[in-house]
Design a protein around this ligand. Structure first.
Ligand code: BG6
Length: 468
């Protein structure tokens, strides 16, 4: 075996979200979430109620098959598993006083199973899963009341699970609310009608809520570590023109403001200037300022791709990506047009470490691809060398960042088992080491099959990166 490239304490595993794996959308007393009314994915408009074409309603049935799935993760040697608690399983409407015991009991069972294999849980409190009632009655995070509802939910989770869940994330990809206000912030007002004033007020409420529950977690159990979670997307100037460099700086500020507040405990000067320039006047109370001082223990992020930025409106036109950048002419891309840039991961790790000096956790990274199930030696499998290459190249860059002195806690690839895509709500956009027999039309047996990458990842974990 070649030498290990990762420290012994490094956590290895995979990441998921309740709405993309659990199914059972109306079982166990669960209320509706915003996912139950976005059958085409979180980038698309909502519909009135659950519809038969929404693959998330059944997803991959993790709700009933979690034991089998966790056993497969254990077989690969996972030491950490990231999943989210569906808020509407615990508080079906979101604004009740008393939690739903059946929902709480489900996650007890999941945690029992993880414990059996010594797999550490990493739990996201809110992963694009705002209870629908909160979106419809309160317009989601635009309303200050959401802070209290979220704190009640988070405290319930910390009190119930805090003795065995030591790593928590407050909001998945919190900076995505800039682009998908309904999916990310439960904001029911259509994006085209949402004012910047209301959007940033909603962001402020989320930032205060995140800080408040960080304080609550530390009060309930000082050994709990709470992290923020952001989309990390390194931006490169499209040309050496200083205008493009400034365009990168501005776009970086828009994104990094979220983690800057989480880590520094206050709004940075560039954010205050942005509010001034835009005529945005936020309702920020003295208590809010005090709450924000409860900063995170670590910073976690998803990393899939990098983008270019330009000051030239013509170059920007047609840049249809979620984060609004320009394609990089030097990079390859996935079948869904996501540009592949392993070195960008090292860049981001260094940028974040230099900026905050906080431990970092890579909690999403992976390749969505079309897989073909074939038979090899009597077993159904997928020869997914493209996925192995993608992950291998990215992990080598993590090893480089470790050499650079960056403190990285762990790596949870997205999604270790095929699940329903967030942006397109497809099954055919597959990420897993484990194939799930389900098609975009909803047909399939839901049987699980190990792909070639399953054995590859097991080797990586066993050798602590020596096999990369
Ligand atoms: C992240 C989300 O944006 O990317 C996940 O946190 C999502 O929920 C993942 O699944 C991959 O995106 P997609 O659209 O390919 O599922």
């Amino acid at each position: 075996m070649t030498h290990a490239r990762f420290p012994e304490t490094f956590l290895w595993g995979g990441a998921t979200a309740a709405n993309q794996i659990e199914g059972a959308y109306a079982e166990g007393g669960k209320g509706l979430s915003i996912q139950d009314v976005t059958p085409q994915g979180i980038m698309c408009d909502r519909v009135a109620g659950p519809t038969a074409d929404n693959l998330k309603l059944e997803a991959i049935d993790f709700y009933h098959r979690y034991a089998e799935d966790i056993a497969l993760f254990a077989e690969m040697g996972f030491t950490v598993f990231r999943f989210s608690i569906a808020w509407s399983r615990i508080f079906p409407l979101g604004d009740e006083d008393v939690p739903n015991e059946e929902g709480l009991a489900f996650y007890d069972r999941v945690l029992d199973e993880l414990e059996r294999y010594g797999i550490e849980p990493l739990v996201t409190l809110s992963h694009y899963e705002t209870p629908l009632h909160l979106a419809e009655k309160y317009d989601g995070w635009v309303n200050r009341d959401l802070i209290g509802f979220y704190e009640r939910y988070a405290r319930t989770c910390f009190e119930r699970y805090g003795h065995r869940v030591k790593h928590w994330l407050t909001f998945n990809e919190i900076n995505s609310v800039l682009h998908i206000p309904f999916g990310s912030g439960g904001i029911n007002t259509p994006k085209s009608e949402l004012s910047e004033q209301d959007l940033y007020q909603a962001i402020h409420h989320e930032l205060v809520a995140s800080a408040r529950v960080t304080r609550a977690a530390h009060e309930i159990d000082p050994s709990i570590k709470v992290g923020c979670m952001v989309i990390a997307m390194p931006l490169y100037p499209l040309t050496p023109n200083p205008d493009d460099v400034v365009a990168v700086m501005d776009a970086d500020h828009a994104n990094l403001m979220f983690s800057d507040v989480h880590v520094r405990g206050e709004y940075p000067g560039y954010a205050k200037r942005f509010f001034r320039d835009k005529g945005i006047s936020l309702d920020i109370t003295a208590q809010d300022l005090e709450d924000l001082r409860h900063t995170v223990d670590f910073v976690s992020f998803s990393y899939y791709m990098s983008l270019c930025q330009s000051a030239d409106p013509e170059a920007l036109a047609g840049a249809g990506n979620i984060m609004g950048g320009v394609r990089n002419p030097t990079l390859r891309e996935s079948e869904w047009g996501w540009q592949i840039d392993p070195q960008g991961l090292r860049v981001v790790l260094n940028q974040f470490w230099d900026r905050w000096q906080k431990p970092l956790f890579i909690v999403e990274n992976g390749l969505g691809a079309k897989d073909r199930l074939i038979e090899v030696d009597g077993e159904l499998t997928v020869e997914d060398d493209y996925r192995i290459d993608y992950l291998n190249d990215h992990l080598l860059q993590v090893a480089e960042a470790l050499e650079d002195g960056v403190d990285v806690l762990g790596y949870t690839m997205w999604g270790p088992i095929d699940l329903v895509s967030a942006s397109t709500a497809q099954m055919s956009k597959r990420y897993g080491f484990i194939y799930v027999d389900r098609a975009d039309d909803g047909s399939g047996t839901l049987t699980r099959h190990r792909k070639k990458s399953f054995g590859w990842y097991a080797d990586v974990i066993r050798s602590r990166g020596g096999s990369l």
